[in-house]
Design a protein around this ligand. Structure first.
Ligand SMILES: *[C@@H]1O[C@H](CO)[C@@H](O)[C@H](O)[C@H]1NC(C)=O
Ligand SMILES: *[C@@H]1O[C@H](CO)[C@@H](O)[C@H](O)[C@H]1NC(C)=O
Ligand SMILES: *[C@@H]1O[C@H](CO)[C@@H](O)[C@H](O)[C@H]1NC(C)=O
Length: 570
């Protein structure tokens, strides 16, 4: 496609033309149902969701330590390689995990699978799976007797409360957390104990073997980095290619603490302010000439919402915008700044003008409607499973309020966003006293192929520090640094990063130690709503392949939605 290359123009216009050609897949498998797939020990793929997507349910042992034959079924969804499987060029499956714990790999393929496939290249299948206990994998962890009860618990405002929203907020969060573990224990029908990362790593090995292969190819984000590191430490000779992106400190995770996540969080907020100043009033509606002035405006909005929360009605739901909602919306935007910052800036400007609808919409949850078909609910995505994995994995936590409060003080010493992070360890205090025999480190290994770790310089919840720390345990591993804000490399568009990742998967070449990739554009550089599309010319020659990659990278950044933890803050 020679016509695409070698014209000149600004970077911004490039964004405009690419954004006009989304690669949305159309659902054409309306009669697909997970119920129709009988779990099997071999992989049997069924057409599902969108054209080119296939699903399967793989039987694995519920308990790897027992031979009683009780099984679990892991739900899988893949995008098949473009290259035929009998071709010499076919390179097998890449397993993907989107984090949490508790996030669904099946949904992840729907959200990002096509772009991930475009990044890694046509020789690979991209395979998402719901880890055991989660979403469509059965048995699923669920702590509630009915969907209505479940919804009532999770939609309580305590589950998205800022610990700084009132004098008793922290104590209320503690109290609600104390209930959760008890409920989980009472409603356990015998499978709860088996939902952990150790067993999920074993399931991944089964998955690899069910594909007729010996070594894993894997790309995991956020909590998926814990899963990847666990796999690599448990099965070092089974590593083919393993990328962990948005790397967590696995030791801190297995200690149950979530104490090291907020090291760089305040820098994301500073970046919002600075990028807004640089973008100007047209692109950033909450613009003021200096970061300090925007900060003053935002502080005024916080103070105003504390005194006068605002009721909002939309066609689909209604609710109250208060201090906690505003804190949540801003904190959540840190994960995906390219997707959220322009919307956030508009919503804050609207709020300043007295209109809270924009902010509410960024937080909106669809109103609960009771469907009483038990059948429909079996494969529904619920967040309980993530709590189960996290609490089974982690050390037992103190039940004392004082310890909870001390943890908050320690987090506050590090970050002004501590009020949004107490949910991370809220649910495990009264967890049933199962024996802790699961693998929890050490994270050291001479792997059969070196790991690639990827970290952003300003990630809100998985600081680059952790990638460097984790790399030390894995011989020959390399940290690729992306100089960007956001959670996970795809949260910001960087052709440089994604080319390195593609090269690693395809050619087995690691970036040089110390490689830093910059981004292609900033979070406020996207198309303006209703803006004109300019004639596009490129600064550099783009080959057809590079163009496809760049489009995937930009779309990923705009649709990116990966969180840690997936539990209470949802
Ligand atoms: C408030 O903002 C929303 C967009 O978020 C808009 O649709 C609505 O018309 C605004 N309401 C008023 C009264 O301006
Ligand atoms: C908590 O709220 C008060 C205002 O009531 C504010 O001064 C303070 O900065 C807030 N702390 C954090 C960590 O957000
Ligand atoms: C890795 O290999 C080195 C050199 O052979 C050895 O000293 C080290 O103990 C090995 N580490 C592990 C975790 O096996």
């Amino acid at each position: 496609m020679p016509g695409l290359a070698a014209r000149r123009c600004s970077f911004l216009a490039l964004w405009l033309i690419l954004s006009t050609a989304p690669v949305h897949s159309t659902p054409d498998t309306a009669d697909f149902s997970w119920h129709k797939i009988v779990p099997s020990e071999e992989l049997i793929w069924h057409e599902c969701y969108s054209s080119g997507h296939q699903c399967a349910r793989l039987k694995v042992p519920l308990d790897y330590a027992s031979t009683d034959g009780v099984s679990a079924a892991i739900a899988l969804r893949r995008i098949r390689s473009v290259v035929p499987h009998d071709s010499d060029e076919y390179r097998g499956p890449i397993l993907a995990n989107p984090g949490g714990p508790g996030a669904s790999g099946v949904d992840f393929i729907g959200m990002a699978g096509e772009r991930i496939a475009a990044v890694v290249g046509p020789e690979f299948d991209v395979v998402g799976f719901d880890p055991r206990g989660i979403s469509r994998s059965t048995p699923r962890s669920s702590f509630f007797e009915t969907r209505a009860e479940q919804n009532a618990f999770w939609s309580s405002e305590v589950t998205s409360m800022s610990a700084n929203s009132s004098d008793d907020a922290l104590a209320r969060m503690w109290a609600q957390g104390m209930l959760l573990g008890r409920l989980a224990g009472e409603r356990d029908e015998g499978s709860l104990w088996f939902m952990n990362t150790d067993y999920t790593a074993r399931d991944m090995l089964r998955l690899v073997q069910a594909h007729g292969r010996d070594k894993i190819q894997y790309w995991g984000f956020s909590y998926g980095s814990v899963l990847g590191a666990t796999f690599a430490a448990m099965f070092p000779d089974k590593v083919g290619r393993l990328v962990i992106d948005a790397v967590m400190d696995a030791e801190d995770y297995y200690a149950g603490e979530f104490s090291n996540n907020l090291i760089d969080t305040d820098k994301v907020w500073s970046a919002f302010l600075n990028e807004c100043v640089a973008a100007g009033p047209t692109r950033c509606p909450i613009y003021a000439p200096t970061a300090a002035e925007i900060q003053t405006i935002v502080d005024g909005l916080y103070a105003s919402l504390r005194k006068r929360p605002i009721p909002v009605r939309t066609p689909t739901s209604y609710g109250i915008v208060d201090y906690s909602v505003m804190r949540n919306v801003i904190f959540m935007s840190f994960y995906r700044p390219y997707a959220s910052f322009p919307t956030l800036a508009q919503a804050l400007a609207d709020l300043k003008a007295g209109n809270a609808t924009g902010l509410y919409k960024m937080f909106e949850k669809l109103q609960f409607k009771c469907s009483c078909e038990a059948d429909e609910l079996l494969f529904e995505n619920v967040i309980d499973g993530g709590v189960a994995v996290q609490c089974n994995d982690g050390k037992r936590l103190s039940q004392e309020f004082d310890a909870f409060e001390m943890h908050y003080r320690n987090l506050l010493a590090r970050s002004s966003w501590a009020d949004m992070w107490m949910h991370a360890r809220q649910g495990c205090m009264t967890w049933p006293e199962f024996p802790k025999t699961n693998f929890r480190g050490p994270f050291v290994a001479n792997t059969s192929f070196p790991l690639l770790l990827v970290g952003n310089t300003v990630d809100p919840v998985t600081p680059l520090w952790a990638a460097n720390k984790m790399s030390k345990g894995f011989a020959g591993s390399v940290v690729l640094t992306q100089d960007s804000i956001g959670h996970g490399s795809p949260a910001a568009p960087s052709l440089c990063t994604q080319k390195h990742i593609r090269r690693y998967f395809r050619e087995g070449v690691l970036p040089k130690v110390g490689t830093v990739c910059s981004t292609d554009g900033g979070p406020f550089d996207g198309p303006l709503p209703g803006g004109d599309e300019e004639e596009v010319v490129f600064d550099v020659d783009f080959g057809a392949e590079e163009r496809v990659l760049l489009e995937a990278v930009r779309e990923l950044a705009r649709e990116w939605d990966v969180k840690v933890p997936f539990g209470l803050a949802e």
